[in-house]
Design a protein around this ligand. Structure first.
Ligand code: T3D
Length: 267
């Protein structure tokens, strides 16, 4: 039987494909386990310098597999446990991964599926794709960071309407609102996302990880605190071999050859 998350390895980067197309890649427990393991492995492997996340078939991800819920005893069900065990750790892993994650939203992204996409660093979507905060359709509230990401990305008014109406937001509108980076012709999505992941895998990985930390912290920081953090992170970046290489390449008028290695691994 095909695994519900497929891992493809390329030079410097990996592709993770959510692979339950008959259910629009809705999340099962197995899928959570495989996805989580793949993120842990990618985090530890210095040769993996970027990730691409996408879905198999006509959907990106329809959130939680509701057939795993319908048969349960609703009087004892504890969805908070599922969030604690699966969704919150997943979003934290995506946000904290010290390398860039490109998300190619190939079709509908609904419920937690929409918010998992938003947790990635650079989101491209096929023009035919849409984003649905589907939770209110079934009597739930957004999870997986939806109420954090949405108001910050599109503003309070649009976030409220998306959450309360649970209406689909087409990819092009999502791009024009700033929810995602861009909408791409359907037949060009994967090639463009792959090229981006491959390109990011040649960039100064340690510095990109520090960029992610700075941007994440800015959500809650004052300007003063953020200025101090930028100083600290710049100090760290300035000690990486890639910074040395970047400056040398600039002065020698050539393309840099970044290795993505941390300082300790070359000393
Ligand atoms: O429970 C917890 O752990 C708490 C955490 C919750 C996180 C969440 O994500 S809650 C939100 C769960 N997701 C949804 O509510 C979305 C449900 N799906 C839909 O509303 C629609 O499928 C879509 C709007 C996404 C797409 O609609 P459409 O018309 O393009 O496709 P479809 O015909 O509805 O779906 C195609 C098949 O996928 C269909 O199976 P069938 O009839 O062909 O055998 C459908 O049942 C299946 N499918 C789609 N989404 C799910 C699903 N099966 C199980 N769970 C799903 N979430």
């Amino acid at each position: 039987m095909a695994q519900s998350v497929r891992l493809e390895r390329y030079e410097g980067w990996r592709k993770l494909v959510l692979n339950r197309p008959e259910k629009l890649n809705a999340f099962s427990e197995e899928m959570h386990a495989l996805f989580s393991q793949a993120l842990d492995d990618a985090a530890l492997d210095l040769d993996c310098r970027a990730l691409l996340l996408t879905g198999e078939g006509r959907g990106f991800c329809a959130g939680q597999d509701l057939s795993d819920r319908g048969a349960g005893d609703f009087s004892t069900i504890d969805l908070g446990r599922s969030i604690d065990r699966y969704y919150n750790p997943l979003i934290r892993k995506l946000r904290n991964l010290p390398k860039p994650i490109v998300c190619a939203v190939n079709g509908v992204a609904a419920g937690a599926g929409a918010n998992i996409a938003l947790a990635c660093d650079i989101v491209l979507a096929a023009r035919s794709a849409s984003f649905i905060q589907a939770f209110a359709r079934i009597g739930l509230v957004p999870d997986s960071g939806g109420t954090f990401f949405l108001p910050r990305l599109v503003g309070e008014a649009r976030a409220r309407a998306l959450v309360l109406t649970a209406e689909p937001l087409p990819a092009e509108t999502a791009a024009s609102w700033g929810l995602i980076w861009k909408a791409v012709d359907d037949d060009k999505l994967i090639a463009e996302a792959e090229a981006l992941a491959a390109h990011l895998a040649t960039r100064p990985t340690q510095a990109l990880a520090l960029c992610k930390r700075a941007l994440a912290a800015s959500q809650a920081n004052t300007l003063d605190a953020q200025l101090d953090l930028e100083r600290d992170l710049q100090r760290e970046a300035g000690r990486t071999p890639d910074y040395q290489e970047g400056v040398a390449a600039f002065l020698e008028k050539r393309q840099p050859r970044f290795t993505g290695r941390p300082r300790s691994s070359v000393m």
